[in-house]
Write a protein that binds this ligand. Structure first.
Ligand code: KG4
Ligand code: ZN
Length: 436
């Protein structure tokens, strides 16, 4: 608590912030090299009153309605959430999604994703807005939350531009949300036992991160991939072994059903596939990073000597199960390395979250719980339908931020999409404004 002193100098992160109070605890001036958002966050945390933005209050409004839009990659998704900040109850009344079919293309093509969003987004928004108006007599939402990054710029722009237009038309605030923050916070939507601090494994097609979180806006990345993400590796290895579908990781999950311990089953052909556990030997042994591209190389090398058409159906399944298991084993190895090397970060943390598309996988969930139960008391996952990209998580992360800042936070209409937006920079990069 810094309230009440005439002048004060605080040390936040790497910069000094000089603050002058009016004698009653209201900030009348500050000086710092930081963006206002970082300073305001620090002041709000310390419950200091900000005259420019009104007196800091805990809650200003009862039930409010949120329209959420997600278009960061290949899913066009729109959701509607009703949130009561007093009871902390949130009701999801719509969660629509249309996924680009990239089966023929063999991977996501950015221009095709952009076109998909352009074709889909307006109909989804119009459908939800009409239903809210006609069925529930709610003419407009109170807030628009939209994914601002990280992601593909063409994809992000489609959602962001529409959100800006709706914000003007309905005269309601716009909040640009970090996509990974959506994955990280969404387990808290229904699981009220999940409190800060906690550790998250965010494992999707675009990211694999181990994160330490102490509040809605404060996150430290402890381990990340030096090359591709775990989901991308599952998808590419799956494609190499002839699996096809919109989500190959999910197809592989279903294809390997019934094979729970693939390394316990011996097979003279499949035993020749040397699957790696990267960054665990020699000088890289202690590196706190994941690496998933070596799995693809190993699978390709094996298939050169043992083409798919020479394998029996069972060998094919066993190969898929071993690839999946090796990727998950690598994730576990590196989480354990990180715990060993960063023990102070894990003190006083008892909750472990796994979120993102790959967290839908039950074999991964079981493995995490089996190997990490000595380090964590509770394990938390989103409902399966909220593991892969969706707009509900964007609406929920927006709500968490909106309430944290007494419903005063929003973005101006000149914001741009952000291709790379690290979780550690939630406040530093985004130009939030505070309206009270
Ligand atoms: O979170 P997400 O929808 O998109 C990104 O933000 O990247 O994750 C998509 C990834 C894909 O790689 C997909 O194959 C994988 O999640 N995935 C799964 C499962 N369901 C989706 N991987 C393993 N098991 C699943 N059940
Ligand atoms: Zn995602």
């Amino acid at each position: 608590m810094v309230e009440g002193r005439m002048d004060c100098c605080l040390y936040i992160e790497t910069a000094h912030v000089y603050i002058r109070f009016d004698g009653t605890g209201v900030v009348i001036w500050w000086s710092t090299g930081y963006r206002n958002a970082v300073v305001i966050d620090m002041l709000v945390r310390n419950r200091v009153r900000l005259p420019q933005f009104g007196v800091y209050k805990s809650v200003t409004r009862q039930l409010y309605h949120v329209l959420a839009i997600e278009t960061s990659c290949d899913d066009t998704s729109v959701a509607w959430l009703d949130h009561d900040p007093v009871t902390h109850r949130t009701h999801v009344s719509h969660n629509l999604k249309s996924t680009l079919n990239s089966m023929m293309a063999g991977g996501i093509i950015p221009t095709a994703a952009h076109e998909h969003h352009q074709l889909q987004i307006s109909d989804l928004v119009q459908h939800i807005a009409k239903e809210q108006k006609n069925m529930r007599n709610i003419p407009r939402p109170d807030l628009i939350c939209v994914t601002r990054g990280p992601g593909m710029l063409g994809s992000l722009s489609t959602g962001l531009t529409l959100a800006k237009g709706l914000s003007i038309a309905w005269d309601i605030p716009l909040l640009g949300v970090n996509h990974m923050l959506g994955h990280l916070l969404v387990p808290r939507l229904y699981d009220k036992s999940l409190k800060f601090p906690f550790i998250s494994l965010l494992v999707s097609g675009g990211h694999c991160l181990l994160v330490h979180s102490t509040s809605v806006t404060e996150h430290k990345i402890l381990c990340e991939s030096i090359d591709i993400a775990a989901g991308d590796s599952l998808d590419k290895c799956g494609r190499e072994i002839g699996l096809s579908g919109i989500m190959i990781g999910k197809v592989m999950d279903q294809f390997t059903e019934g094979i729970n311990n693939p390394w316990d089953i011996q097979d003279h052909v499949i035993d020749k596939c040397q699957l790696p556990n990267p960054l665990t030997k020699g000088t890289s042994k202690h590196k706190l990073a994941f690496s998933f591209s070596p799995f693809i190389t190993s699978v390709k090398d094996f298939l050169k000597l043992h083409p798919l058409n020479t394998l029996t159906t069972y060998q094919h399944k066993l190969l898929a199960a071993r690839i999946q298991e090796s990727i998950f084993n690598h994730i576990i190895t590196k989480i354990l390395h990180t715990i060993e090397n960063n023990s102070s970060m894990f003190e006083n943390v008892s909750s472990f979250v796994c979120s993102g598309g790959v967290s839908a996988n039950n074999k991964l969930r079981t493995k995490l719980q089996k190997t990490l139960h000595d380090h964590f008391n509770s394990f938390h996952y989103p409902p399966v339908e909220l593991c892969t990209d969706n707009a509900v998580m964007i609406g929920w992360a927006g709500i968490e931020m909106f309430d944290r800042y007494s419903q005063s936070i929003s973005n101006s209409l000149d914001i741009l999409p952000i291709r790379k937006w690290p979780l550690e920079d939630i406040l530093r990069i985004s130009d939030f404004k505070y309206s009270h």
